[in-house]
Design a protein around this ligand. Structure first.
Ligand SMILES: [Zn+2]
Ligand SMILES: [Zn+2]
Length: 223
């Protein structure tokens, strides 16, 4: 059995007690060290004013202190304002919220794996405000969703999707999914033409998306 002395506790331990052959301290000491660091970071909160706004990049320590990365000052400020991080020093914030995968799991467990939109079994995460529309990964922006509702909603606004769900129900929306997508693409094209004309005439912008979706679902008018 190969033994190796830990540089921290100075005990001779079998090589299996180390994370890798190159590790200088044993797994137990490493865990102890991590806990101490976590405690140190979580005890300090200097408040947003202490963060140096002249810095372009701010160090961001992950909540389990296993990793630090850099974020822009603006991003750091947002994280603190949203209550997702605290200020440790003028150039470092400490992410108090759990890491993303754990946060996602928490949301699903708290929802009892029930889809927020249709009430059936769900095991995916949906963003209330889509990421590409400025939504964040903050817990307040996350809901548990089934795969179908998640795909149906896509990057639709929450209110619009809730409206459609209430009006037509999931099954009807699923049936017309291809249609909606097709019409949506052609409508975008038409909208652009209309918009160009309107801009020329300096009139108000019109948004006929709702009318279009209604007409697709009611199948009254052909587009
Ligand atoms: Zn040790
Ligand atoms: Zn659903």
């Amino acid at each position: 059995m190969t033994l190796k002395q830990c540089e921290r506790c100075e005990i001779l331990k079998p090589i299996e007690s180390y994370e890798s052959k190159g590790s200088r301290i044993c797994k137990e000491c490493k865990e102890e060290h991590r806990k101490q660091r976590m405690e140190r970071y979580s005890k300090v909160d200097l408040g947003l004013d202490a963060l140096d706004s002249s810095l372009e990049l701010i160090h961001c320590m992950r909540n389990d202190v296993s990793m630090a990365y850099q974020v822009s000052y603006e991003k750091a400020k947002n994280l603190v304002q949203e209550g997702r991080a605290t200020v440790y020093s003028s150039d470092t914030i400490y992410k108090t919220e759990k890491v993303k995968t754990e946060r996602f799991n928490d949301v699903k467990i708290e929802a009892n794996f029930t889809c927020h939109y249709c009430g059936e079994y769900g095991d995916t995460i949906d963003h209330i405000i889509p990421l590409d529309k400025g939504g964040s990964n903050a817990k307040s922006n996350l809901v548990c969703s089934c795969r179908e509702c998640n795909e149906l909603k896509n990057n639709m606004k929450y209110e619009r999707f809730m409206d459609l769900m209430n009006k037509y129900g999931k099954q009807e929306l699923l049936k017309n999914r291809g249609n909606i997508q097709k019409k949506f693409t052609s409508l975008k094209k038409v909208n652009q033409e209309i918009l160009n004309n309107i801009n020329k005439k300096n009139k108000n912008k019109v948004d006929s998306l709702d009318d279009m979706i209604n007409s697709v679902l009611n199948k009254k008018t052909k587009w």
